[in-house]
Design a protein around this ligand. Structure first.
Ligand code: SF4
Length: 478
């Protein structure tokens, strides 16, 4: 076995309650405290024997807690994002100060699309990685010279150099299980997502998405616009192992961009999971045929996370969603008839948004009535078609994607629809969806049926109201 340098994988501390880990697609402080697993870091960590993964925000670790760790390691790999980049660089500088001999690299979509610019941000950074960095990091950790490792940019003699591109990984089964890293380094009870049972575990069974939505970050930056998958057996074996490692876990979540992109495979995995008797959930596009939904449901599927984005067909066309509103409506009816829960996600402020489309989307959400929903603001991340489009049309305001507290800001505005209105539409949407008698009754019934869930919902409800009221004070609203 090759020798490895002592390697720390770190999701750095940033804003209080910031869900910005190496598993969060759109980094921001959520309405209720939420944390995704740092899976993008766990994957290379699984390839580097003796490494350690530290996920600072869920563990409640601040800069002063993580900086001393630098002295125990020779290599630190930090996951970063557009909203947290400036903070993450500060963390890198603090690590370097604590151990000037520490080699520090950044990974994540933000640096993958602008390697040299990212590297130039601070002399504390020794290298940054391109899109698919698992084996790049493994080779760095093996002590190979940086110039011989494809897929990175690095600092040398005061200059910046770039190596050749690394080809996308085709044999996805080459990635070892992440659940062993979770078990070694993380505390599953620290991870919450409002619509998932607690504790939950999430992981990926593949990378990339076949759709071409213009706003969507990962397929356009780190995952690619085709679905590269692990074998059914590999996935089912990992869940079987997870069950032994985490008997307390109540739900598994497949956080692939679109787990239902390959229907026969999704059905085959479901059948394997059915044999294990686990409860599971996944991301889905709102076009899964009823027959497939039935197979998934019969084999333990509890919930689908569905990106509806908008109730306006014109907007769905503008963002290249590849979906008809009518199909989304039919899909939702069928899923609900089968007893599948739905968490729907919507976006305010996408190209083509008007007061009328905001109204249409709110009414659409009320009509299809997912069990829970999340409303976000259009977030033009560098590397996406939406970012380029917003720049080209002058829609982009000065400022960051999140404010000084990590709360999402409206950075896209239109001559006919100012950013203030788009920002305000999010709260309006939430209020008109949740503060309806039928929704309040449904939540109250759930609380009576399951008192433990009732206590959780009450806590989350209060958090949600506090979030809305703090959000109104945000400078971003102006
Ligand atoms: S279908 Fe979902 S995951 Fe795929 S590109 Fe569109 S938004 Fe992204």
């Amino acid at each position: 076995m090759a020798d490895y340098v002592r390697t720390l994988f770190l999701h750095p501390p940033s804003f209080q309650g910031f869900d910005g880990g190496a598993g969060s697609r759109y980094q921001a402080r959520r309405e209720v405290r939420s944390f995704w697993y740092p899976t993008w870091l766990a994957q290379p960590a699984a390839l580097v024997p003796g490494s350690r993964l530290v996920d600072a925000p869920p563990a409640g670790l601040a800069l002063e807690d993580v900086a001393p760790l630098a002295r125990d390691y020779e290599l630190a790999v930090l996951h970063t994002s557009t909203p947290s980049f400036a903070y993450d660089v500060r963390v890198a500088e603090a690590l370097k100060l604590a151990n000037p001999g520490l080699r520090i690299g950044l990974v994540g979509a933000h640096v993958a699309v602008q390697r040299e610019a990212a590297l130039a941000a601070s002399r504390a950074l020794d290298f940054v990685c391109g899109s698919e960095f698992d084996f790049t990091i493994q080779e760095v950790a093996q002590g190979r010279p940086l110039h011989s490792i494809p897929g990175l940019s690095y600092r040398v003699n005061g200059g910046l150099r770039r190596t050749g591109e690394r080809l996308p990984l085709e044999n996805m089964d080459a990635l070892p299980f992440v659940v062993d890293v979770y078990h070694r380094d993380l505390v599953v009870e620290q991870y919450f997502i409002g619509y998932l049972l607690h504790p939950y575990v999430s992981l990926y069974t593949g990378r990339g998405c076949r759709s071409k939505c213009t706003f969507c970050l990962w397929p356009q930056t780190v995952g690619g616009q085709r679905y590269r998958t692990r074998s059914v057996e590999h996935v089912v074996a990992e869940i079987a192992r997870a069950r032994r490692l985490f008997p307390q876990v109540r739900e598994y979540f497949f956080d692939d961009d679109t787990f239902t992109d390959d229907l026969p495979r999704a059905e085959a995995i479901a059948r394997g999971l059915g044999g294990l008797g686990v409860t599971w959930s996944c991301n889905a596009k709102a076009n899964v045929p009823c027959a497939t939904l039935k197979v998934l449901k019969d084999n333990g599927l509890r919930l689908l996370l569905v990106g509806y984005e908008s109730g306006s067909q014109a907007i769905l066309n503008n963002i290249k969603k590849g979906l008809r509103v009518e199909r989304a409506r039919q899909f939702t009816e069928q899923a609900k008839a089968l007893g599948i829960k739905i968490h729907g996600t919507f976006i305010m402020g996408l190209p083509g948004e008007t007061r009328e489309t905001i109204e249409a989307t709110i009414r659409f959400a009320q009509e299809i009535d997912p069990d829970t929903l999340q409303v976000s603001l259009a977030a033009p991340y560098p590397g996406t078609a939406l970012y380029r489009e917003a720049l080209e049309h002058g829609w982009l305001a000065e400022g960051d994607l999140v404010d000084g507290r990590g709360v999402q800001t409206a950075v896209i505005g239109y001559p006919h629809l100012p950013r203030t209105e788009i920002f305000a539409a999010v709260e309006q949407f939430y209020r008109r969806f949740y503060f309806r008698p039928r929704k309040i009754f449904a939540m109250a019934s759930e609380m009576v049926r399951d008192p433990a869930m009732g206590r959780r919902r009450l806590k989350e409800g209060l958090e949600f109201l506090r979030f809305l009221s703090r959000r109104r004070e945000a400078p971003a609203a102006t």
